[in-house]
Design a protein around this ligand. Structure first.
Ligand SMILES: [Zn+2]
Ligand SMILES: [Zn+2]
Length: 175
């Protein structure tokens, strides 16, 4: 849903979000939602500044970064952001933007609400999602899921380390 910034009334605009939606799509990434995405958004102008407040609740299926299995991940975000009109940038080089302005976003004449809250959901996702803190992941040698199966690769690894140590020790003794 797109909103014209000039049409935001003095008292602001309030939107209830209740969306049954298949996926969160962001850039090349695509994660399925489990159930509905719920929340609210409030848009208000403070002079030429646009203030956006809101809350989003959703559950997504994310791939575990260790075992690669998908697991439900709950998102609960609350936010308040300030946007300046994009015209504030006109006629200025990027270099001239003060450090204070650097963290601020800018709005065009039209604001896409869905884009706005989907970005919030996306930014709240962990860089390395884990199905559980104890996830053992996949064996780097044979690829089995160590949460489900076990293999002897780590024993081989330990043995070869011992072998190496033994050789070092023997070498030292010979001297
Ligand atoms: Zn895992
Ligand atoms: Zn293995």
């Amino acid at each position: 849903m797109e909103i014209k910034v000039t049409e935001i009334p003095r008292e602001g605009l309030f939107f209830e979000i209740a969306q049954e939606r298949g996926y969160l799509e962001w850039g090349r990434e695509r994660f399925p939602f489990l159930g509905a995405l719920k929340g609210w958004l409030r848009l208000q102008m403070m002079g030429s500044r646009l203030i956006v407040r809101g809350e989003i609740h959703a559950t997504l299926l994310l791939p575990c970064s260790r075992c690669l299995k998908e697991f439900p991940y709950k998102v609960d975000v609350e936010f308040m952001d300030e946007y300046l009109p994009a015209e504030a940038l006109e006629g200025r080089d990027e270099v001239e933007i003060s450090s204070e302005e650097a963290g601020i976003s800018f709005y065009e004449d039209v604001v896409d609400l869905e884009n706005l809250y989907m970005e919030k959901v996306y930014l709240s996702l962990p860089m390395k999602p884990l199905c559980s803190d104890e996830c053992k992941g996949l064996c780097p040698y044979c690829g089995v899921d160590l949460n489900v199966e076990s293999c002897n690769c780590h024993l081989r690894e330990v043995n070869s380390r011992w072998e190496a140590l033994k050789r070092v020790k023997e070498g030292l003794l010979k001297k």
